[in-house]
Design a binder for this molecule. Sequence first.
Ligand SMILES: [Zn+2]
Length: 124
Amino acid sequence: MGHTSGMWDQRFHKWPFRKVAELIRYKAALVGIAVVSVTEEYSSQTCSVCKEMPSKVNARKANRKHRGLYVCKDCGTVMNADINGAINIAKKYLVTFCERSQDRPVVDLGRPWMYRFNGSRFVA
Ligand SMILES: [Zn+2]
């Protein structure tokens, strides 16, 4: 995050990670949703467009986020850095926990657009 705006954001960033994870598990269990943990390793340094998976080999430290944007020097992609990281984490989830990741849809709850994972990237 390049900026801090308002009390809520500031308080949110001080939440202890483990406590947030516990709350998510607790709330999800109440409505029968399974929760799995995925390591965020290399997810913010790897380009989600031209690299298959976040990894030490694929991470580019030079592709640091600038004003909240991820800029890839390999393929020229410029995108919101948090979205790039989220796509990489979704890829890790699909490959690690889903046997047939190609058939597993990922739904963006904010806007009802569905993407399918073809093994290395999301396609609309
Ligand atoms: Zn790239």
